[in-house]
Design a protein around this ligand. Structure first.
Ligand SMILES: Cc1cc2nc3c(=O)[nH]c(=O)nc-3n(C[C@H](O)[C@H](O)[C@H](O)COP(=O)(O)OP(=O)(O)OC[C@H]3O[C@@H](n4cnc5c(N)ncnc54)[C@H](O)[C@@H]3O)c2cc1C
Length: 112
């Protein structure tokens, strides 16, 4: 979807395959949902600020330290999922994600 027009009788979604008319549209575009909101001419109360994160892998001789998924206790003052340990399908363990800087261009642009 590349555009959205609100009409008295509904909405017209502009897509790469041409326009699509509907009575209503549900915005479920995930990390792009704020952009879709702006396309509609509405102001979004929320702003999405994506940032890059890096995952690390446990060394095989440390696999025994984790037997199940490990998640930090949520902290409402720091609303990120936090570093968690995830067992992957082949049995290896990932640890992450560690936010890394600098922020990508979109985050920088939307934060200013
Ligand atoms: C590495 C990783 C691990 C995760 N692990 C977990 C987990 O273990 N448990 C858990 O609960 N959650 C997990 N999550 C989070 C989870 O994936 C998201 O919360 C969830 O996918 C959000 O769903 P959504 O439908 O809101 O958005 P999305 O799944 O992002 O769907 C949005 C869709 O909109 C489409 N879209 C966007 N813009 C447009 C456009 N202009 N036109 C057309 N289509 C568009 C996108 O292509 C996408 O298909 C993880 C996320 C990541 C990145």
């Amino acid at each position: 979807m590349i555009g959205l027009k609100q009409m008295p009788e509904g909405v017209v979604l502009e897509t790469t395959r041409g326009p699509f008319q509907a009575r209503a549209a549900v915005n479920c575009a995930g990390l792009h949902s704020d952009r879709i909101t702006r396309m509609s001419g509405e102001r979004s109360a929320a702003r999405i600020v994506p940032f890059r994160g890096e995952y690390y892998q446990l060394k095989p001789d440390r696999y025994h330290l984790c037997r199940n998924l490990i998640y930090p206790v949520p902290d409402p003052n720091f609303p990120f999922l936090g570093v968690h340990f995830t067992r992957m399908i082949e049995g290896e363990w990932s640890a992450g994600r560690m936010p890394s800087w600098p922020l990508p261009a979109r985050a920088t642009a939307s934060a200013t």
